[in-house]
Design a protein around this ligand. Structure first.
Ligand SMILES: [Fe+2]
Ligand SMILES: [Fe+2]
Length: 198
């Protein structure tokens, strides 16, 4: 990211074997700054779902906003609502495994239950349509012993499978942006956590 100090603030090594404390001080400073833009980058990527219908009654951004709006209006907390908003963000780059992409992005910032919900919503959502594609609608049963089974089933039932109504009045993306900023400003789990604290 250009910040006007790029030239004097670059590490000098040509291979990491030559790296010094000074080099890594420079890189860590830049990384902390870069991390502050994560929420904005995530929101920008979510916007790629705009206009992407894939045959569904609403486009994927509308579906995401509707899922999050339904969760918010139902009184879910901010972290849950952000998970609802981002649960399908992987549709662009992970079209064969989209829940994994959202789970990877959210993993440092959310609870175990919310991570399970995002990571596995694909199998749970299948309960509502897999039979029409020659798949096992009970695929979610592989998780029947998980403490988060009901939590994930409820997400799909109340919000995800219900969020394809073209007439539903969702909140706009800007409404959720401050929530995304707050959730992404508080990492809980990351192998870089100690190095990234101010
Ligand atoms: Fe999904
Ligand atoms: Fe969805």
């Amino acid at each position: 990211m250009a910040d006007g100090h790029d030239i004097e603030e670059r590490a000098k090594f040509r291979e990491m074997l030559e790296g010094t404390q000074e080099d890594w001080g420079i890189i860590a400073t830049h990384a902390k700054q870069f991390n502050k833009g994560l929420a904005k980058r995530v929101l920008d990527h979510l916007r790629l779902l705009d206009g992407d219908y894939g045959g569904f009654p609403v486009d994927r951004l509308t579906h995401s906003l509707q899922t999050a709006t339904r969760a918010h209006r139902d009184g879910r907390d901010e972290e849950y609502v952000v998970c609802a908003l981002l649960h399908d963000i992987g549709d662009t780059l992970g079209s064969m495994n989209h829940p994994d992409v959202a789970a990877a992005i959210l993993k440092p910032f959310v609870s175990e239950a919310n991570l399970f919900m995002v990571a596995n919503h694909g199998a749970f959502q299948g309960y509502y349509f897999f039979e029409y594609l020659g798949l096992d609608k009970n695929m979610r049963e592989q998780f029947k012993d998980s403490p988060h089974y009901e939590y994930c089933a409820q997400f799909c039932h109340l919000y995800d499978q219900a969020a394809f109504d073209p007439d539903y009045q969702s909140e706009p993306l800007e409404f959720f942006a401050p929530m995304v900023e707050r959730v992404f400003s508080k990492p809980k789990n990351s192998m870089y956590l100690k190095a990234m604290q101010d």
